[in-house]
Write a protein that binds this ligand. Structure first.
Ligand code: SF4
Length: 385
């Protein structure tokens, strides 16, 4: 039989406070507790903004296997640093005003939160084509969120090619004026560092690995190329590490997808795409596109999709430097439209970042040394064009 007893709110607070104080006094007598305090996990608030996206990048990251997503969200990503995901429209439990309040509360932590952007930002007509949440009955555009949140974030991580360079939503004729977040911020003179993680979708390791590196060593620990991509994941040319490269070098080209030879004639964009797919593999190391007999579609390319379309058309190359034994043309015209991304907010040399990761320490963003980057890129363009 349950006994009813009335406890006033004031009495409850007094009881609770007394209990906590008593417990605290007891704990302070134990050095282990002091150690625990010293090792307290720092929360790194994260806002994950989904603009013009199919949500595939989120799905990819949710499929991370080492660590698993539950470990990313619950445990420290690196010792002492916890990825505190405050807002993510797809996976968060809250909705409506509650969800928007979570975003707003986090946005108040100026310089201390990490902004992850997924999807391109529609900029035409003041961004009216994409709204996320509302205020006083009015939709708030992704552009407005991007500007406000991007300005006060300690850093922005652009997850996926759409967020990094515009991607599919920005494909010709781009009626909504979609741009990557780096370009959006640069156009508005917002200097928050942006790290680009292209891919359609990006590999979960690229995302978790980059965030973990920031948490572990600060922004300066993420070495990027002149496209704002971490070298740890994007330094190598797919073509140079492809398991079918020997067939390219010896002039054996597949004419059907089922053939085990080089897929260059079937439209492979590996010669112009930088990523570690050939060695990292996907789906927990199971395989990758070319391993599954499909040409690389160049989804990590800054000009994707226009610059590397059509998917199954052989690359038109300029000043090709390929072994004479191959049957690849040695000099043809480059496709129109291949261009560098319009805006790279990171990698323009030695930014001092005002806010550090959780500690308030200023970090420096260092740019990949020009010589190294140019060398690799030239090598790629020589090999691939
Ligand atoms: Fe591999 Fe494609 Fe290069 Fe052929 S063209 S070696 S399939 S990356």
């Amino acid at each position: 039989m349950q006994m009813e007893r009335t406890v006033s709110r004031r009495h409850f607070v007094e009881l609770s406070g007394g209990s906590v104080a008593a417990l605290g006094m007891l704990l302070y007598r134990f050095p282990e507790f002091e150690q625990l305090l010293a090792e307290a996990v720092a929360e790194i608030p994260v806002i994950w903004l989904q603009a013009g996206t199919c949500t595939g990048c989120s799905v990819s990251v949710l499929n991370t296997l080492s660590p698993k997503i539950q470990n990313v969200l619950v445990d420290p990503v690196v010792p002492g640093k916890h990825f505190s995901l405050r807002y993510h429209a797809t996976v968060m439990a809250g909705s409506g005003d509650l969800a928007m309040k979570a975003m707003e509360d986090t946005a108040e932590m100026k310089g201390k939160y990490l902004l992850i952007v997924e999807g391109a930002v529609a900029t035409k007509d003041d961004g009216v084509y994409c709204a996320i949440g509302e205020k006083d009955g009015q939709g708030i555009t992704a552009l407005e969120h991007a500007e406000r949140l991007g300005r006060d974030a300690m850093a922005v991580v652009a997850v996926g090619t759409c967020a990094a360079y515009g991607g599919l939503p920005a494909a010709n004729p781009n009626p909504t004026g979609c741009q990557g977040i780096g370009e959006v911020l640069a156009d508005r003179a917002i200097n928050t560092p942006v790290i680009n993680l292209p891919g359609c979708p990006p590999h979960p390791d690229w995302v978790i690995g980059t965030v973990a590196t920031i948490f572990l060593g600060g922004l300066s620990a993420v070495e990027v190329d002149d496209e704002g991509r971490p070298l740890a994941f994007y330094e190598k040319l797919i073509h140079d590490y492809c398991q079918r490269r020997s067939f390219f070098d010896t002039g054996k080209f597949a004419e059907k997808l089922s053939e085990p030879y080089c897929l260059f004639h079937l439209g492979c964009k590996g010669p112009v795409s930088y990523a570690d797919c050939p060695t990292r593999f996907w789906n927990s190391g199971t395989s990758w596109c070319i391993g599954a007999s499909h040409p690389c579609i160049g989804c990590v390319h800054p000009g994707f999709p226009d610059a590397v379309s059509p998917i199954y058309r052989k690359l038109e190359l300029t000043s090709v430097s390929v072994p004479a034994r191959t049957s690849t043309p040695t000099s043809t015209e480059a496709p129109e439209g291949i261009s560098r991304p319009a805006a790279i907010a990171l990698g323009v040399g030695g930014y001092a970042v005002g806010a550090g990761v959780a500690t308030g320490v200023a970090y420096a963003i260092r740019k990949k040394k020009e010589g190294k980057g140019s060398s690799d890129r030239e090598q790629s363009e020589e090999a691939g064009k």
